[in-house]
Write a new protein. Structure first.
Length: 409
């Protein structure tokens, strides 16, 4: 068995290295150029994805295609019905406010995209919850359902769409407790990308609109299905031999333990090395590195680590937070663990809320989701070639230096 596992791991490694080589060649040819990536908007649920979808769906949108994109969305994503007519009076709203969240968490919030159909269409209002990397909120879909029921009086008058990268289901926490209600899952990987291809065809005589749609669809390809072909090759290689298949199943059963070893081995060592390098760079400030224990819930792991930056009795905590079973990774400066004097200063990172007043940002796409190929790529990056030339190192060291500037303001 041991020899078979070694052969299997060797074959997987060979295929993965071929994938990395292909990705490098694609990048050299400029095929990864994308205006949305250049502007750093790829993961922005509100500023890019909700705004882009809403603009295309809006019959009054600047695209000049009227209700054609909205009709295509309904046909391609929901109804497969050619009898959809005249949606020109549909109203599209992003971040639709349904009131403050109540103490019991059963009402209020903001709907990512609300599509109010014309009365004569006899189509239900669409409530779209748009999830790229953010985790579910408690009772989130339950609140939207309660609002719809109170507003329209009948569940037939509205439809909840849960939009994610891969069409995954909402968490039980988001659905909440109470009477069951209907919702539909849709994905960027399949539904939205197919619809965008249709939109590009509709806009054949509007080159600027068509090119923007194509670029956006290419971005979705990068963040959803860019690795599907390579994954299929791996699966076919494993399935080609019964011994490979049995040993792969065994390895899958040990996934969490293997991930723990990877994180607490070369990755932790890299993070500790970053602390030492950062200490030299931002001296006389001091930098400390700390990490949390693994949290395992329902078979999913989560973790986190911090860099504590100090000057005398002043402290700033730069936190790296993992959610959704190591899928979503973001970093920033939380209020907790940071000296109060700093909390009145301008945000350091792009996004902010009441518990991250100095801001937070998502890690780059290539460093999200430590359950799959991305973790392999991180290990490859850290163990091959010069450590300080890796993007992983540069991303974290830059965030530490950016945070340290608070002490100079």
């Amino acid at each position: 068995m041991e020899k078979t596992i070694q052969i299997l791991l060797g074959k997987i490694g060979e295929l993965q290295k071929k994938q990395i080589f292909r990705q490098t060649e694609v990048s050299k040819r400029g095929e990864n150029f994308n205006v949305f990536n250049v502007l750093g908007l790829w993961s922005e649920e509100v500023r890019l994805h909700s705004a882009m979808l809403a603009e295309l769906l809006n019959p009054e949108g600047s695209h000049g295609c009227g209700d054609a994109f909205l009709a295509a969305f309904l046909r391609e994503v929901l109804y497969n019905d050619e009898k959809i007519h005249d949606l020109s009076k549909a109203i599209i709203t992003t971040e639709y406010n349904i009131g403050c969240i109540s103490e019991d968490g059963m009402s209020g919030g903001r709907i990512d995209i609300l599509i109010e159909m014309p009365n004569e269409s006899r189509l239900p209002t669409l409530i779209i919850e748009n999830k790229i990397y953010a985790g579910d909120q408690a009772n989130q879909l339950r609140r939207y359902y309660n609002w719809g029921l109170g507003h329209f009086y009948s569940p037939d008058k509205f439809k909840i769409l849960y939009l994610t990268l891969d069409g995954s289901n909402p968490s039980s926490d988001s659905i909440g407790k109470g009477k069951n209600f209907n919702y539909e899952t849709i994905s960027y990987a399949n539904n939205i990308r197919m619809w965008l291809k249709k939109c590009a065809s509709i806009a054949y005589n509007k080159p600027k609109v068509r090119e923007t749609i194509i670029q956006y669809n290419h971005l979705l390809d990068q963040i959803t299905t860019s690795n599907m072909e390579d994954k299929n090759l791996l699966v076919e290689e494993i399935a080609s031999n019964n011994d490979y298949l049995k040993n792969a199943v065994l390895l899958c059963s040990l996934q969490n333990e293997i991930i723990k070893k990877a994180i607490m081995g070369p990755i932790r060592q890299a993070l500790e090395n970053i602390q030492k390098i950062a200490q030299d760079r931002i001296s006389p400030l001091t930098v400390e590195f700390e990490y949390s224990s693994f949290n395992e819930n329902g078979g999913k792991l989560d973790w986190g680590f911090n860099y504590i930056i100090k000057e005398a009795d002043k402290i700033v905590r730069l936190a790296y937070v993992f959610e959704a079973g190591l899928k979503t990774i973001y970093y920033g400066i939380p209020n907790q663990g940071t000296s109060h004097d700093f909390l009145v200063k301008q945000p350091v990172f792009r996004n902010k809320n009441e518990i991250w007043v100095l801001g937070w940002e998502l890690m780059p796409d290539k460093y999200q989701n430590w359950n799959g190929g991305n973790l392999y790529n991180i290990l490859e990056e850290l163990t091959s070639g010069a450590f300080e030339s890796s993007e992983f190192y540069k991303t974290i060291i830059n965030s530490i230096e950016k945070t340290s500037e608070l002490f100079n303001i």
